[in-house]
Design a protein around this ligand. Sequence first.
Ligand code: XIL
Length: 320
Amino acid sequence: GFYVGTAVAGGGHHLEQDYPDPFTYDREYRRILANQFSSVSPENQMKWEFIHPEQDQYNFEAADAIVDFAERHRQVVRGHTLLWHSQNPEWLEQGDFTDEELRAILRDHITTVVGRYAGRIQQWDVANEIFNEQGQLRTQDNIWIRELGPGIVADAFRWAHQADPEALLFFNDYGVESDNAKSDAYYALTQDLMAQGVPVHGFSVQAHLSTRYGFPGDLEQNLRRFDELGLETAVTELDVRMDLPESGVPTDAQLRQQADYYQRALDACLAVEDCNSFTIWGFTDKYSWVPVFFEGQGSATIMTEDFDRKPAFFALQSAL
Ligand code: XIL
């Protein structure tokens, strides 16, 4: 009943020039993916820009391949994601639609994508990163909330639930590992939606951690307050980045500190009753998004670029 997952690399902005699709072309990568994990999350392949590149065109190839792979290896899948301010296709962001048309576009997208994989997705990140650091809804950069108002979030959950009544439907965000303004906003919103009977089932923390900022020591306590609302909780995108020395190679002390963060994140989830899904955002530095998105930082995953196991790998293994 406890799932240990990883993101499946592919379709990332940081990968396009450097690698052919790792999921398709890297045998060693696939072997480890199949052997070590019981859950998989498409890192990009179910995002709007990837799965719905033109208004009248869906691209299911990569997502289908991941879901098929997961089933062949008796893994579950976390779907990611349906309502987000980022990685939307140009036709959507630049399009000139009436409110009514936009609403229909979102409803059709959710119905089509969730419906296609109905019964095969354990958890869906329905709404991703809808609050800013101050705990305010992203009324400027999130096209859905900006154009259609906050009520669209509840509708997204309702449509997803209609399309797949078995899937557990989540709010997912970064920077909500601790009890803070942003996680408080989710706490209030999920309570409110649940009271209205909206099918919200989970709250998940991405956990893109950095040794620069320290470990969120109240992670367990924060997950627990959502657990006590009757929600599932999950860790969905854990990685632990660090400032790399000149050589580019982390020191032993850095790797030990990283292992400690991974282990504490896992322990926090294990300690909370309905935290049943624990996912790392890629298992090898070879394809990690971190060096491209965070300058000077890297080595964020549990294996090196050559798939050598770091202390973090063994720390997770021994904690399970
Ligand atoms: C990142 C991917 O890892 C990259 O490949 C992509 O280019 C950009 O997005 N929060 C999320 C994830 O919810 O979807 C993001 O994934 C990382 C931050």
